[in-house]
Design a protein around this ligand. Structure first.
Ligand SMILES: Cc1cc2nc3c(=O)[nH]c(=O)nc-3n(C[C@H](O)[C@H](O)[C@H](O)COP(=O)(O)OP(=O)(O)OC[C@H]3O[C@@H](n4cnc5c(N)ncnc54)[C@H](O)[C@@H]3O)c2cc1C
Length: 301
């Protein structure tokens, strides 16, 4: 039997669920429309309840991580949006770091360092959640999450729990099998190696220093907007096309890093999308190269 959406929230007095909540508060670009329902489960049990009830009520279900690789259109998202920030435990067992999907990837790298484990340093400055990092196969400075993942626990859209091994996840450049399966990631195990804590810290600090020197971290953004096209560097293409500084409303191609679009103050998602479309059109016109977005664009206009 279908449950009326109006009473959806009332079924879960123990779960924090907000109605018509602006997602601009949660996205890294500080843009985006409202979620019809926004829920913050604190356990697998609560998450399963939400997944199964949304299915029963025919509510669309969307999961967000730290929203650092996302543009939510200004019309927002219908149905149920879930953020796993309360599921954020990280533990260390021998040479493995086990992290819940809502934990910050940066926190996972800190735990690895504190336990003298090497292999995650490359992710020290990636501002996403563990779930988002697995989904995107996030990477930097020669490392990728998929290289150090041992297994991932997920829940599918029917509410079944499943485990994937590293091979199952078919990681490739900014891609993992989760993007095709639509599962919800709930936990990841990273397989690391014993290392010298001072060297691990030095590498993390060094990479973060390089990041701060290159990236416009003083402004909201969603990181690199476009994937690297084969045989080209996105930043160089945009720089050579003299698009740095191009602006619609308050969304601007960064003057510091051509691959970023920053929110100078009051940008909307519409401003972001207009800048993206313009950049794609000019790069095609000048170089016949298609820039595919790395950033995920979701929601309605
Ligand atoms: C300043 C800055 C620097 C960045 N630097 C890098 C970098 O060096 N390398 C890099 O790869 N990326 C970088 N990014 C992009 C971003 O941080 C990564 O892609 C990150 O992994 C996204 O994680 P997230 O939790 O923010 O995911 P979100 O943006 O919230 O979501 C991304 C996608 O993952 C899905 N998703 C999130 N959580 C789950 C889950 N639990 N289960 C299933 N699906 C899920 C979402 O539905 C969405 O489709 C940067 C971004 C910024 C703003």
């Amino acid at each position: 039997m279908k449950i009326k959406t109006a009473s959806f929230v009332d079924q879960f007095p123990e779960i924090e669920i907000l109605k018509n909540e602006s997602l601009a508060k949660y996205t890294n670009t500080r843009t985006g429309g409202p979620a019809e329902f926004l829920a913050f489960p604190n356990s697998i049990k609560q998450l399963r309840q939400l997944v199964m009830s949304a299915r029963q009520a025919d509510l669309e279900l969307t999961v967000l991580g730290n929203a650092s690789n996302l543009i939510v259109r200004d019309g927002g998202i219908d149905g149920l949006v879930i953020i796993l920030q309360k599921m954020n435990k990280i533990t260390c067992v021998a040479d493995q770091v086990v992290a819940e999907a809502g934990a910050a990837m940066i926190q996972a790298t800190e735990v690895a360092w504190q336990n003298g484990l090497t292999g995650l340093e490359f992710a020290a400055g990636i501002p996403g959640s563990v779930g988002g990092a697995i989904f995107m196969n996030a990477g930097a400075y020669g490392g990728e999450v998929g290289q150090v993942v041992k297994k991932v626990k997920v829940i599918d859209r029917q509410g079944n729990l499943k485990n994937y091994s590293q091979e199952d996840l078919q990681f490739s450049y900014r891609h993992s099998r989760i993007q095709d399966e639509d599962d919800l990631i709930i936990e990841a195990t990273f397989s690391l190696k014993p290392g010298q804590p001072t060297l691990i810290r030095k590498k993390m600090d060094d990479l973060n220093f390089r990041r701060a020197a290159k990236q416009p971290l003083e402004y909201p953004s969603c990181g690199s907007v476009f994937k690297r096209p084969k045989g080209y560097y996105t930043g160089k293409l945009i720089h050579d096309a003299e698009l740095q500084g191009y602006r619609v409303g308050d969304a601007q191609v960064s003057l510091k890093h051509a691959g970023f679009i920053v929110n100078l103050n009051h940008a909307t998602a519409g401003d972001y999308l207009a800048v993206i479309q313009h950049v794609q059109a000019i790069i095609w016109q000048k170089f016949q190269v298609h820039l595919e977005t790395e950033v995920r664009i979701i929601g309605k206009n």
